[in-house]
Design a protein around this ligand. Structure first.
Ligand code: ADP
Ligand code: MG
Length: 298
Protein backbone atom coordinates (compact mmCIF):
# COMPACT_ATOMS: atom_id res chain seq x y z
CA UNK A 1 0.00 0.00 0.00
CA UNK A 2 1.60 3.22 -1.03
CA UNK A 3 -1.19 5.66 -0.34
CA UNK A 4 -2.40 6.78 3.03
CA UNK A 5 -6.05 7.41 3.75
CA UNK A 6 -7.31 9.81 6.34
CA UNK A 7 -10.28 8.26 8.18
CA UNK A 8 -12.50 9.87 10.81
CA UNK A 9 -14.01 7.43 13.30
CA UNK A 10 -17.24 8.95 14.57
CA UNK A 11 -17.89 7.61 18.07
CA UNK A 12 -18.47 8.62 21.67
CA UNK A 13 -16.43 5.64 22.89
CA UNK A 14 -13.06 5.55 21.13
CA UNK A 15 -11.68 3.08 23.68
CA UNK A 16 -14.27 0.33 23.37
CA UNK A 17 -13.14 -2.99 21.92
CA UNK A 18 -14.73 -2.51 18.47
CA UNK A 19 -13.15 0.89 17.98
CA UNK A 20 -9.77 -0.27 19.23
CA UNK A 21 -9.92 -3.06 16.68
CA UNK A 22 -10.79 -0.62 13.86
CA UNK A 23 -8.09 1.84 14.88
CA UNK A 24 -5.48 -0.94 15.03
CA UNK A 25 -6.52 -2.31 11.61
CA UNK A 26 -6.31 1.14 9.97
CA UNK A 27 -2.92 1.93 11.53
CA UNK A 28 -1.55 -1.49 10.60
CA UNK A 29 -2.30 -0.62 6.97
CA UNK A 30 -0.53 2.73 7.31
CA UNK A 31 -3.65 4.90 7.37
CA UNK A 32 -4.34 7.90 9.53
CA UNK A 33 -7.45 7.29 11.66
CA UNK A 34 -8.75 9.74 14.20
CA UNK A 35 -11.69 9.32 16.59
CA UNK A 36 -14.16 12.23 16.72
CA UNK A 37 -16.82 12.55 19.36
CA UNK A 38 -20.24 12.22 17.74
CA UNK A 39 -21.68 14.71 20.20
CA UNK A 40 -19.21 17.53 19.76
CA UNK A 41 -19.58 20.69 17.77
CA UNK A 42 -22.30 22.34 15.78
CA UNK A 43 -23.61 21.05 12.49
CA UNK A 44 -24.66 23.72 10.04
CA UNK A 45 -27.72 22.99 7.94
CA UNK A 46 -26.34 25.19 5.15
CA UNK A 47 -24.88 22.94 2.48
CA UNK A 48 -21.98 25.31 1.86
CA UNK A 49 -20.72 25.58 5.43
CA UNK A 50 -18.97 22.47 6.53
CA UNK A 51 -18.61 21.32 10.13
CA UNK A 52 -16.26 23.79 11.83
CA UNK A 53 -14.55 21.30 14.14
CA UNK A 54 -13.19 19.30 11.20
CA UNK A 55 -10.32 21.55 10.27
CA UNK A 56 -8.84 19.19 7.71
CA UNK A 57 -10.52 17.07 5.08
CA UNK A 58 -11.02 13.32 5.47
CA UNK A 59 -11.13 10.68 2.79
CA UNK A 60 -13.65 8.52 4.65
CA UNK A 61 -16.00 8.59 7.60
CA UNK A 62 -16.47 5.46 9.64
CA UNK A 63 -19.62 5.97 11.73
CA UNK A 64 -19.89 4.01 14.96
CA UNK A 65 -23.02 5.61 16.29
CA UNK A 66 -25.02 4.05 19.12
CA UNK A 67 -28.82 3.91 18.95
CA UNK A 68 -29.77 6.96 21.04
CA UNK A 69 -27.44 9.21 19.02
CA UNK A 70 -28.72 8.13 15.62
CA UNK A 71 -30.54 11.44 15.00
CA UNK A 72 -27.64 13.79 15.70
CA UNK A 73 -25.09 11.31 14.40
CA UNK A 74 -26.83 10.94 11.08
CA UNK A 75 -26.96 14.75 10.75
CA UNK A 76 -23.16 14.63 10.95
CA UNK A 77 -23.01 11.94 8.32
CA UNK A 78 -25.35 13.83 6.02
CA UNK A 79 -23.11 16.91 6.25
CA UNK A 80 -20.17 14.76 5.15
CA UNK A 81 -22.24 13.17 2.39
CA UNK A 82 -23.23 16.63 1.14
CA UNK A 83 -19.56 17.61 1.15
CA UNK A 84 -18.81 14.55 -1.02
CA UNK A 85 -16.89 12.57 1.62
CA UNK A 86 -17.23 8.78 1.45
CA UNK A 87 -19.22 7.48 4.45
CA UNK A 88 -19.16 3.75 5.17
CA UNK A 89 -22.78 3.90 6.39
CA UNK A 90 -25.24 6.40 4.96
CA UNK A 91 -27.12 8.92 7.09
CA UNK A 92 -30.44 7.50 5.89
CA UNK A 93 -29.28 3.95 6.62
CA UNK A 94 -28.27 4.79 10.17
CA UNK A 95 -31.61 6.47 10.84
CA UNK A 96 -33.61 3.63 9.32
CA UNK A 97 -31.70 0.84 11.07
CA UNK A 98 -32.26 2.69 14.34
CA UNK A 99 -36.00 2.11 13.94
CA UNK A 100 -36.83 -1.61 13.99
CA UNK A 101 -40.37 -1.11 12.66
CA UNK A 102 -39.42 1.21 9.80
CA UNK A 103 -36.59 -1.07 8.70
CA UNK A 104 -38.94 -4.06 8.95
CA UNK A 105 -41.42 -2.28 6.67
CA UNK A 106 -38.74 -1.42 4.13
CA UNK A 107 -37.16 -4.87 4.11
CA UNK A 108 -40.50 -6.64 3.95
CA UNK A 109 -41.57 -4.41 1.06
CA UNK A 110 -38.38 -5.52 -0.70
CA UNK A 111 -39.57 -9.12 -0.43
CA UNK A 112 -37.65 -10.26 2.62
CA UNK A 113 -39.22 -12.66 5.09
CA UNK A 114 -39.67 -11.11 8.54
CA UNK A 115 -41.63 -12.35 11.59
CA UNK A 116 -45.23 -11.05 11.74
CA UNK A 117 -44.82 -7.58 13.24
CA UNK A 118 -47.28 -4.82 14.12
CA UNK A 119 -47.36 -1.54 15.97
CA UNK A 120 -50.21 0.41 17.56
CA UNK A 121 -50.82 3.63 19.41
CA UNK A 122 -53.92 2.99 21.56
CA UNK A 123 -54.47 0.50 24.35
CA UNK A 124 -57.90 -0.51 23.04
CA UNK A 125 -56.19 -2.19 20.09
CA UNK A 126 -53.96 -4.47 22.18
CA UNK A 127 -56.12 -7.55 21.62
CA UNK A 128 -56.18 -6.91 17.85
CA UNK A 129 -52.39 -6.58 17.84
CA UNK A 130 -51.92 -9.88 19.67
CA UNK A 131 -54.30 -11.58 17.25
CA UNK A 132 -52.50 -10.08 14.25
CA UNK A 133 -49.20 -11.71 15.22
CA UNK A 134 -50.83 -15.09 15.82
CA UNK A 135 -51.58 -14.95 19.55
CA UNK A 136 -49.55 -15.46 22.72
CA UNK A 137 -46.75 -15.51 23.59
CA UNK A 138 -45.69 -12.26 21.96
CA UNK A 139 -42.39 -10.43 21.67
CA UNK A 140 -42.41 -6.71 22.43
CA UNK A 141 -39.50 -4.46 21.41
CA UNK A 142 -38.81 -0.81 21.89
CA UNK A 143 -37.94 0.42 18.40
CA UNK A 144 -34.47 1.70 19.16
CA UNK A 145 -33.28 -0.90 21.69
CA UNK A 146 -29.98 -2.78 21.36
CA UNK A 147 -28.14 -5.68 22.97
CA UNK A 148 -31.41 -7.36 23.91
CA UNK A 149 -32.13 -4.72 26.56
CA UNK A 150 -35.50 -3.63 25.21
CA UNK A 151 -36.86 -6.97 24.04
CA UNK A 152 -39.34 -8.88 26.21
CA UNK A 153 -41.54 -11.94 25.86
CA UNK A 154 -45.05 -11.82 27.28
CA UNK A 155 -46.80 -15.12 27.88
CA UNK A 156 -50.18 -14.24 29.34
CA UNK A 157 -52.95 -11.87 28.34
CA UNK A 158 -52.71 -10.10 31.71
CA UNK A 159 -48.97 -9.48 31.33
CA UNK A 160 -49.40 -8.39 27.72
CA UNK A 161 -52.22 -5.96 28.60
CA UNK A 162 -50.38 -4.34 31.48
CA UNK A 163 -46.93 -4.02 29.85
CA UNK A 164 -48.34 -2.76 26.57
CA UNK A 165 -50.55 -0.24 28.34
CA UNK A 166 -47.51 1.11 30.20
CA UNK A 167 -45.52 1.44 26.98
CA UNK A 168 -48.41 3.05 25.11
CA UNK A 169 -49.07 5.58 27.88
CA UNK A 170 -45.37 6.47 28.01
CA UNK A 171 -45.53 7.13 24.26
CA UNK A 172 -42.43 5.05 23.67
CA UNK A 173 -42.32 3.73 20.11
CA UNK A 174 -42.50 -0.07 20.10
CA UNK A 175 -43.51 -3.10 18.09
CA UNK A 176 -45.30 -6.36 18.79
CA UNK A 177 -43.95 -9.45 17.08
CA UNK A 178 -44.76 -13.10 16.63
CA UNK A 179 -42.60 -15.25 18.93
CA UNK A 180 -40.62 -17.69 16.77
CA UNK A 181 -40.59 -20.54 19.29
CA UNK A 182 -38.52 -22.96 17.21
CA UNK A 183 -35.51 -20.62 17.27
CA UNK A 184 -35.96 -19.44 20.84
CA UNK A 185 -32.56 -18.68 22.38
CA UNK A 186 -30.58 -19.00 19.14
CA UNK A 187 -29.98 -16.67 16.23
CA UNK A 188 -27.47 -15.95 13.48
CA UNK A 189 -25.44 -12.76 13.29
CA UNK A 190 -24.12 -12.13 9.80
CA UNK A 191 -21.58 -9.34 9.51
CA UNK A 192 -21.79 -7.66 6.12
CA UNK A 193 -18.96 -5.49 4.81
CA UNK A 194 -19.46 -3.68 1.52
CA UNK A 195 -21.64 -6.29 -0.12
CA UNK A 196 -20.06 -9.47 1.18
CA UNK A 197 -20.26 -11.64 4.29
CA UNK A 198 -17.20 -10.80 6.41
CA UNK A 199 -18.07 -13.40 9.05
CA UNK A 200 -21.01 -15.11 10.71
CA UNK A 201 -21.74 -16.61 14.09
CA UNK A 202 -24.53 -18.53 15.75
CA UNK A 203 -25.41 -17.12 19.16
CA UNK A 204 -27.12 -19.10 21.88
CA UNK A 205 -28.55 -17.60 25.05
CA UNK A 206 -28.15 -19.10 28.50
CA UNK A 207 -30.64 -21.83 29.48
CA UNK A 208 -34.16 -20.44 29.80
CA UNK A 209 -33.30 -17.17 27.98
CA UNK A 210 -34.97 -16.54 24.61
CA UNK A 211 -32.56 -13.69 23.74
CA UNK A 212 -29.27 -14.82 22.25
CA UNK A 213 -27.40 -11.51 22.53
CA UNK A 214 -23.86 -11.86 23.88
CA UNK A 215 -24.67 -8.96 26.23
CA UNK A 216 -27.38 -11.14 27.77
CA UNK A 217 -24.89 -13.90 28.52
CA UNK A 218 -25.13 -15.69 25.16
CA UNK A 219 -22.28 -17.68 23.68
CA UNK A 220 -21.18 -17.78 20.06
CA UNK A 221 -19.66 -20.16 17.57
CA UNK A 222 -18.70 -19.72 13.94
CA UNK A 223 -21.37 -20.80 11.47
CA UNK A 224 -21.64 -21.33 7.71
CA UNK A 225 -24.52 -19.49 6.13
CA UNK A 226 -26.79 -20.99 3.51
CA UNK A 227 -26.94 -19.16 0.19
CA UNK A 228 -30.37 -17.86 1.15
CA UNK A 229 -29.09 -16.49 4.48
CA UNK A 230 -26.08 -14.81 2.83
CA UNK A 231 -28.29 -13.24 0.17
CA UNK A 232 -30.74 -12.05 2.79
CA UNK A 233 -28.02 -10.38 4.87
CA UNK A 234 -26.24 -8.78 1.90
CA UNK A 235 -29.51 -7.56 0.39
CA UNK A 236 -30.72 -6.10 3.70
CA UNK A 237 -27.51 -4.09 4.19
CA UNK A 238 -27.64 -2.91 0.59
CA UNK A 239 -31.29 -1.82 0.75
CA UNK A 240 -30.67 0.22 3.89
CA UNK A 241 -27.52 1.84 2.49
CA UNK A 242 -25.11 0.29 4.98
CA UNK A 243 -21.53 -0.61 4.04
CA UNK A 244 -21.13 -2.21 7.44
CA UNK A 245 -24.01 -4.04 9.11
CA UNK A 246 -24.75 -6.78 11.60
CA UNK A 247 -27.79 -8.66 10.35
CA UNK A 248 -29.71 -10.84 12.82
CA UNK A 249 -31.51 -13.83 11.32
CA UNK A 250 -33.67 -16.56 12.85
CA UNK A 251 -33.44 -20.04 11.34
CA UNK A 252 -36.86 -21.66 10.94
CA UNK A 253 -38.17 -24.74 9.17
CA UNK A 254 -39.76 -22.36 6.67
CA UNK A 255 -36.41 -20.69 5.89
CA UNK A 256 -34.54 -17.72 7.36
CA UNK A 257 -36.43 -14.83 8.91
CA UNK A 258 -34.82 -11.43 9.08
CA UNK A 259 -34.91 -10.01 12.59
CA UNK A 260 -33.03 -6.74 12.47
CA UNK A 261 -30.14 -4.85 10.94
CA UNK A 262 -27.59 -3.13 13.18
CA UNK A 263 -25.68 -0.18 11.73
CA UNK A 264 -23.04 -0.24 14.46
CA UNK A 265 -22.51 -3.94 15.14
CA UNK A 266 -19.96 -5.00 17.75
CA UNK A 267 -16.70 -6.49 16.49
CA UNK A 268 -15.30 -8.10 19.63
CA UNK A 269 -17.76 -10.99 19.99
CA UNK A 270 -17.70 -12.01 16.35
CA UNK A 271 -13.92 -11.61 15.98
CA UNK A 272 -13.28 -13.80 18.99
CA UNK A 273 -15.93 -16.41 18.07
CA UNK A 274 -14.83 -16.73 14.44
CA UNK A 275 -11.16 -15.72 14.66
CA UNK A 276 -11.84 -13.60 11.58
CA UNK A 277 -10.35 -10.13 11.26
CA UNK A 278 -13.56 -8.20 10.63
CA UNK A 279 -11.98 -4.79 11.34
CA UNK A 280 -9.32 -5.50 8.72
CA UNK A 281 -12.01 -6.27 6.16
CA UNK A 282 -13.79 -2.98 6.95
CA UNK A 283 -10.58 -1.00 6.37
CA UNK A 284 -9.77 -3.07 3.25
CA UNK A 285 -13.24 -2.26 1.90
CA UNK A 286 -12.63 1.48 2.42
CA UNK A 287 -9.30 1.09 0.60
CA UNK A 288 -10.82 -0.66 -2.36
CA UNK A 289 -13.51 2.01 -2.62
CA UNK A 290 -11.14 4.95 -2.39
CA UNK A 291 -7.63 4.07 -3.46
CA UNK A 292 -8.47 3.49 -7.14
CA UNK A 293 -10.11 6.94 -7.18
CA UNK A 294 -7.14 8.58 -5.49
CA UNK A 295 -4.76 6.91 -7.94
CA UNK A 296 -6.89 8.02 -10.88
CA UNK A 297 -6.93 11.60 -9.59
CA UNK A 298 -3.13 11.79 -9.47
P1 ADP B 1 -31.65 -6.18 19.87
O1 ADP B 1 -31.50 -4.98 19.00
O2 ADP B 1 -31.87 -5.82 21.29
O3 ADP B 1 -30.55 -7.18 19.64
P2 ADP B 1 -33.34 -8.15 18.47
O4 ADP B 1 -34.57 -7.88 17.68
O5 ADP B 1 -32.14 -8.58 17.71
O6 ADP B 1 -33.03 -6.86 19.37
O7 ADP B 1 -33.71 -9.25 19.57
C1 ADP B 1 -32.79 -9.71 20.53
C2 ADP B 1 -32.77 -11.22 20.58
O8 ADP B 1 -34.04 -11.73 21.03
C3 ADP B 1 -32.55 -11.87 19.23
O9 ADP B 1 -31.18 -11.99 18.95
C4 ADP B 1 -33.24 -13.22 19.36
O10 ADP B 1 -32.40 -14.16 20.02
C5 ADP B 1 -34.40 -12.89 20.30
N1 ADP B 1 -35.62 -12.60 19.55
C6 ADP B 1 -35.97 -11.36 19.08
N2 ADP B 1 -37.13 -11.40 18.41
C7 ADP B 1 -37.55 -12.68 18.46
C8 ADP B 1 -38.72 -13.36 17.96
N3 ADP B 1 -39.66 -12.71 17.29
N4 ADP B 1 -38.82 -14.69 18.21
C9 ADP B 1 -37.86 -15.36 18.89
N5 ADP B 1 -36.76 -14.77 19.39
C10 ADP B 1 -36.60 -13.44 19.19
MG1 MG C 1 -30.11 -7.94 17.72
Amino acid sequence: MTQTLSIALLTTRPHNGSNKSLIAAARKRGHHIQPFNTLSGVINCDKNSFISQFSKPFDAILPRIGGPLAGFGSAYIRAFETAGVYCVNSAAGILTAHDKFLSGQILSAAGMDIPKTVTLARADFIDDAIKAVGGLPIIVKLLSGTQGNSVIKLDTIAAAQSRLQEIIYARTPFLVQEFIAESSGTDIRAFVVDGHIAGAMERTGPKGEFRSNLHQGGTARPVSLSAKESDMAIKAAHILGLGMAGVDILRTSGGPKLLEVNASPGLVGIESATQIDIAGQIIDAIESRLLPNLKAAQ
